[in-house]
Design a binder for this molecule. Structure first.
Ligand SMILES: Nc1ncnc2c1ncn2[C@@H]1O[C@H](COP(=O)(O)OP(=O)(O)OP(=O)(O)O)[C@@H](O)[C@H]1O
Ligand SMILES: [Mg+2]
Length: 219
């Protein structure tokens, strides 16, 4: 088991009300497994993803990553640097840097030498047949290309867990299946586990498990 969530509760408070956004939510994720989570807008998909990535606090429940529990002794900095990759709806590529430079950035942040980071990014671009765009700036790419580049950036540190928040939400229909098949290849070739929050039915082809987030819990 790579990730286990037990009885998770999360409440948001606004000036006049209390929203129980996640209630008694449980989730298990094996190594190499792709789990897709559907849910209406506002159901709490991004909330759950931010909690799993250690960016957002929760009220109660237990989260285990490789049997280590999320508590005050858990090394969240190392977890975010080494163990997880995140893909957002918006690609958040840096327009001042070329495609290959964007992909290298997480390696550089981790302290890997620039020439090695460059080689790692080159290998990824080659494997996923995007070498032809390596020196292009993101502004000149199509939406689908941008998202595929952002996915390569998310895996350059070889994460065990990849989290994707509506990764096809901003791209055209013809590119959606390309993005999902990229996730499938990543899972198959690198044993990566993937959680995909989505509204997109194209995801069913690549998913081992499809869940629905409703009334704060997963079914
Ligand atoms: N910091 C906050 N304070 C109060 N309410 C919040 C806060 N963050 C999110 N919410 C509310 O919690 C609910 C769940 O938000 P969340 O972003 O997790 O939903 P979502 O399923 O990702 O939606 P979408 O599909 O639109 O991205 C929403 O109603 C949102 O307005
Ligand atoms: Mg969301």
């Amino acid at each position: 088991m790579l990730l286990k969530i037990e009885n998770l509760h999360k409440t948001y408070y606004t000036s006049d009300k209390k929203i129980n956004i996640l209630q008694d939510l449980c989730l298990e994720l094996e190594q190499n497994e792709i789990v897709s989570i559907f849910g209406a807008s506002g159901s709490g998909k991004s909330t759950l993803l931010n909690i799993i990535s250690g960016l957002l606090s929760y009220d109660s429940g237990k989260i285990f990553f490789e049997k280590k529990i999320f508590d005050s002794s858990f090394d969240f900095t190392s977890f975010r640097k080494n163990d997880i990759g995140i893909v957002f709806q918006e690609n958040f590529l840096l327009n001042e840097f070329t495609v290959i430079e964007n992909i290298m950035i997480p390696n550089i942040i981790k302290g890997i030498e620039k020439n090695i980071a460059h080689k790692n990014a080159l290998n990824l671009l080659d494997k996923f047949e995007l070498l032809s765009i390596k020196d292009i700036y993101p502004n000149s790419l199509s939406g689908g290309e941008k998202q595929r580049v952002s996915i390569l950036r998310s895996i350059i540190n070889n994460p065990k867990l990849l989290l994707a928040d509506e990764p096809t939400g901003s791209i055209d229909e013809s590119n959606k299946s390309k993005v999902f098949s990229l996730f499938k290849t990543i899972s198959d070739d690198y044993n990566t586990s993937i959680i995909i929050m989505t509204h997109d039915n194209n995801v069913s082809k690549i998913s081992n498990n499809i869940l629905n987030l409703s009334k704060g819990t997963l079914k």
